[in-house]
Design a binder for this molecule. Structure first.
Ligand SMILES: Cc1cc2nc3c(=O)[nH]c(=O)nc-3n(C[C@H](O)[C@H](O)[C@H](O)COP(=O)(O)OP(=O)(O)OC[C@H]3O[C@@H](n4cnc5c(N)ncnc54)[C@H](O)[C@@H]3O)c2cc1C
Length: 642
């Protein structure tokens, strides 16, 4: 029995061809515009207020559209983007170190292991420079050098310094900028903000996305909202693994509901495992903490040379240490991309050379940097990260090396979108981490903030016009049969979750699902493991629907009910992730197939068979549509950071 059906190939019809440098300009010129006077007759729903959704809602409203915005947090500025620490890339070349739009494009296509679209990535690199100008104009306090220029540091997978940062709080500062822009439009009456509301269904009428069904998380009231277009900026789905660096609330529901209504889901198995996280400390934990990649600018990664060496780090002499990243990858050293650094950490731990409880950790050591730069300089750059580490572990990283281990961090997969960021449902646009668009099989550090803001401030506000130019669309009322059906679906599902009244908590199911995913669809995947996982996930899902206990009612604040709905969707997503990982019998970036590696253990791609985006159509048995990838500029080669 096959786990999937093969469907027809698909293509990105919106991307212009011709010279890559002018594709974006030509797309903007060829796209239809909406006259400013007509924009106020058009309404757009934006789900999400992170960097992608916040910037999009503010920009669309600034352009004159009526916007209704939703988030499940109590304030738009609590979106998960606020957690981003290390920085945002841009090809400004302030350091005069050989950077350019082309180099950022090249690094990103290569870093993504040749599984991203060239057109999208080139546009991202072009737009990156505008983002910094926009944010500086908003007052985002980027770090500056003594002379006043914006400072830069390096992130993995690059040999230039192009990462702009605000200490270890870059996401927070960028989000405050987007939030101010959003608040301005809320104040002007152009954006209606609905915090504490969760989208539970997409409304599709005559094949077009026309609205959403939402639940007021405080009162439990269910309402429908209708508009001319819907934008999903609902973030990533790393929490399918239960433990991840994501905020606890991050989930896949908005995207998954759209997928069930016809939006293709692309590359679901591409998960980023970040190499520098604080190791798990026990079963009481509900999330993991990232230590920003920026720390690898100055921290050196090492483990003892000998297996089972349990001496304190300070007692291990230099010649008995293995600075394995510097040894194996001399060109990039500690700044190899995340997928490479994570796998290398796993390998040394598998060899029995890991440190800390259970041997699941490696050292990130700042002794050299402190000796070279002085403690004050290190504190200036990373002070808040060091403090966070000390608070969590009780160890002082200025004195003993940090212990780190890989953890789930980001999802490159997401809803399939074309060059216009439109999904396969007309009128449904998807931006930020929720789409699959720009990072291929592996995202380079500091590129998620870049993509979210590129999509929200610059790309979507241009491309959505082309769709809205045909509007305003037919006026719909709440008693339209498709609207009623979507609402009924939500009500029935909530009632079903409450009616099970079993004996196991939602969290216990989520934890077990996450464990399965980490074990079989985590850092290394095999055909045997994935096949087993699909069976186990199906069994656990059945048990969930028979035994889950959701106390309380639907007519009140009920966080168990919220979680139950999200975990139910995670079950379906998890199965698709395993099917996607199973069908892709190659290693690429964040997807490492045990059967497909070079003699020295590096990822082995099979470009002749898998140089495509896997776009999945929903069904009891999902259908695979392939979008073939062409590489005219950056030719696929063996990715080497040695
Ligand atoms: C700890 C950490 C540090 C990071 N550091 C960096 C970094 O330094 N540089 C970098 O480039 N990237 C970094 N990243 C990645 C980056 O932060 C995220 O990819 C990015 O912020 C995602 O932005 P977003 O706008 O797409 O989604 P989010 O910020 O996740 O926002 C999602 C929004 O959607 C809303 N939402 C979701 N579902 C629903 C629903 N059903 N109904 C209503 N609303 C909904 C939420 O309420 C929220 O407002 C980091 C990630 C983590 C976890």
């Amino acid at each position: 029995m096959s786990f999937w059906n093969d469907g027809a190939d698909i293509a990105d019809q919106a991307a212009p061809d011709g010279p890559i440098e002018t594709r974006w300009e030509r797309r903007q010129f060829s796209a239809k515009l909406v006259n400013p006077a007509n924009r106020r007759k058009l309404t757009v729903i934006v789900i999400g207020t992170g960097l992608a959704g916040g910037s999009a809602a503010a920009t669309l409203a600034e352009a004159g559209y009526k916007v209704r915005s939703y988030c499940y947090q109590d304030s738009p500025r609590r979106a998960h983007s606020i957690a981003a620490q290390g920085g945002i890339n841009a090809a400004k070349n302030y350091r005069n170190d050989g950077d350019s739009v082309y180099r950022l494009f090249y690094d990103t296509v290569k870093g993504g292991d040749f599984r991203a679209r060239e057109s999208n990535v080139y546009r991202l690199a072009q737009v990156s420079v505008n983002i910094i100008d926009q944010c500086v104009a908003q007052g985002v306090p980027f770090a500056r050098e003594y002379g006043g220029l914006l400072d830069n540091r390096s992130f993995g997978g690059t040999q230039v310094s192009r990462t702009f940062y605000a200490r270890g709080q870059t996401g927070q500062q960028l989000l405050l900028g987007a939030y101010q822009a959003l608040e301005r439009q809320i104040g002007l009456g152009n954006v209606e903000m609905n915090a504490r509301h969760e989208m539970l269904e997409l409304i599709v009428v005559d094949g077009k996305a026309r609205g959403v069904v939402v639940r007021d998380l405080v009162t439990g009231e269910i309402t429908t909202d209708l508009a001319d277009a819907v934008v999903l900026a609902s973030g990533g789905y790393g929490n399918v693994f239960f433990l991840s660096t994501n905020a606890k609330g991050c989930n896949v529901t908005a995207g998954w509901r759209a997928h069930r209504k016809g939006a293709l889901f692309a590359n679901p198995c591409y998960t980023q495992i970040h190499p520098t996280c604080i190791p798990e400390s026990g079963t009481h934990q509900s999330k993991l903490t990232l230590m920003s990649e920026s720390l690898r600018n100055d921290g050196r990664v090492w483990v003892p040379l000998a297996r089972g060496d349990s001496r304190k780090p300070g007692d291990i002499p230099e010649d008995e240490r293995d600075y394995y990243l510097e040894r194996i990858y001399p060109s990039f050293g500690n700044l190899v991309p995340r997928d490479i650094a994570s796998r290398a950490a796993k390998n040394v731990c598998d060899e029995g050379r890991g440190v800390g409880p259970g041997g699941l950790g490696v050292y990130l050591d700042f002794a050299d940097a402190i000796a070279r730069l002085g403690r004050h300089a290190v504190e200036e750059k990373y002070g808040n990260l060091f403090e966070m580490y000390q608070r969590i572990t009780g160890e002082d990283p200025y004195v003993v090396p940090m212990r780190i281990y890989p953890a789930v961090h980001y999802t490159m997969g997401g809803l399939w979108v074309d060059y216009d960021l439109q999904s396969t449902i007309p009128g449904l646009f998807v931006i930020g981490e929720a789409n699959f668009s720009d990072h291929g099989a592996n995202r380079l550090g500091a590129s998620a903030l870049m993509q979210g803001l590129a999509d929200g401030y610059f790309v979507l506000p241009n491309t959505i016009n082309n769709y809205l130019a045909a509007g305003p669309f037919e006026k719909l009322s709440a008693d339209h049969p498709d609207v009623v059906a979507a609402r009924t679906q939500v009500e029935d599902r909530l009632a079903k979750l409450l009616a099970v009244d079993g004996d196991r908590t939602v969290d216990s199911f989520h934890r077990e699902l996450g464990h399965l995913m980490w074990e079989y669809c985590g850092m290394e995947r095999t055909e045997e493991g994935l096949t087993k996982a699909i069976g186990l996930i199906r069994g656990l899902r059945e048990e969930f629907w028979a035994r889950v206990k959701v106390p309380g009612t639907g007519e009140q604040l009920n966080q168990n009910l919220e979680k139950a709905g999200r975990v139910a969707d995670f079950f379906e997503l998890a199965e698709l992730m395993c099917i996607d990982a199973l069908h892709r019998a190659e290693s690429a970036g964040g997807h490492f197939r045990g059967e497909s590696q070079t003699p020295d253990g590096e990822a082995l791609r099979h470009d002749d068979q898998f140089s495509y985006v896997a776009a999945w159509e929903y069904g009891d048995t999902p259908t695979l549509h392939k979008e073939q990838l062409d590489f005219e500029y950056v030719h696929p080669s063996t990715r080497s950071y040695k």
